[in-house]
Design a protein around this ligand. Structure first.
Ligand code: R5P
Length: 310
């Protein structure tokens, strides 16, 4: 087997390869003068089991196109099996026709990855579980839950805690982590007047005098978490932190989190972060390289991936 990466998250790819005791193979991903993507795979991959690691994070269009072109290069170089490893699967938020004349971008991107020549997909915390079914090739959707849970257990006294879903759509995710920790849950009733804006309507559950941890898959503008933290504190919570699988953190999000009432935001390294995020004192990253490396090893050795979460 071989592990290689394009440009989106090289540090995570190096760390995964190290956990697998493999060198990171060479994919040369550059730009022509007009910014078209140039790819060459600089070693023999004929007959190999290939894992190409690439989050389709910002700039999402470039990183998606890099992934597609790498897959095409690997297929034409006669790789035996190509697994697209997307620690963060971007374009997931339009996963249904929420109103007339809107696309289902998640399905389109799934089609593109399949058409490029991927034989399977490995990803983590898809925005909606049903996106797994948008692929007609085997797709493993890992959960960052165990990594988040271990960190929470190490930092907090669980009996003081309430885990909070920042919207109704996230209840299953939050309950999954809370149940395993033995913590209570609460729910924020959030509305989106328009994309990118969120408004807290109500808090469902008792948070008075408790420490709250918001659990979400994505933090993008940070508006959801900052608004939810304010509402929870107004309801008598003593402190609010947040755990999110994917730190999209666009534009001024890091500054918004720094200036917020959140004690801490914990994200994973599914997306490589710029210095403005890594230098923000109340943002911390957890490493998912061991989880991804174990899943890759199990796929390569035809072992169960779901057993990782039993
Ligand atoms: C929404 O359904 C997601 O789970 C996140 O809550 C959302 O993407 C966060 O976005 P923002 O940080 O921009 O409020």
């Amino acid at each position: 087997m071989k592990v290689l990466c394009a440009n989106s998250n090289r540090s995570l790819a190096i760390s995964i390869a190290t956990h697998l005791n493999l060198p990171l193979s060479n994919a040369n991903v550059k730009r022509f003068a007009d910014k078209e993507i140039f790819v060459s795979i600089d070693e023999n991959v004929r007959g190999q089991d290939i894992f190409i690691i690439q989050s389709t994070s910002y700039p999402a269009n470039d990183h998606l196109m890099e992934l597609l072109i790498c897959i095409d290069a690997l297929r034409r170089a006669s790789a035996k099996r190509i697994t697209a490893v997307l620690p963060y699967f971007g374009y997931a938020r339009q996963d249904r026709k929420s109103e007339g004349r809107t696309p289902i971008s998640a399905k389109l991107v799934a089609n593109m990855i399949t058409t490029a020549g991927a034989d399977r997909v490995l990803t983590m915390d898809l925005h909606a579980g049903q996106i797994q079914g948008f692929f007609d090739i085997p797709t493993d959707n890992l959960f960052a839950g165990p990594v988040l849970r271990e960190d929470i257990r190490g930092k907090y006294d669980v009996k003081d805690l309430v885990l909070v879903s920042p919207d109704v759509g996230g209840v299953v995710r939050t309950r999954g982590i809370a149940m395993r920790l033995g913590a209570d849950i609460a729910i924020v009733d959030k509305r989106r007047p328009e994309p990118g804006q969120s408004k807290v309507m109500n808090i469902i559950g008792d948070v008075r005098g408790r420490k709250c941890i918001l659990v979400d898959d994505i933090v993008d503008s940070g508006g959801t978490l900052v608004g939810a933290a304010d509402a929870l504190l107004a309801q008598g919570a003593t402190e609010v932190s947040a755990y999110c699988s994917h730190g999209v953190l666009s534009n001024g999000a890091a500054a918004r989190i720094a200036a917020s009432n959140l004690t801490e935001l914990v994200i994973t390294n599914s997306i490589e972060q710029p210095q403005k995020v890594t230098s923000t004192s109340n943002i911390r990253q957890l490493d998912i390289a061991p989880l991804l490396a174990e899943a890759i090893s199990r796929i390569a050795n035809e072992q169960s991936v779901s057993a990782l979460f039993d």
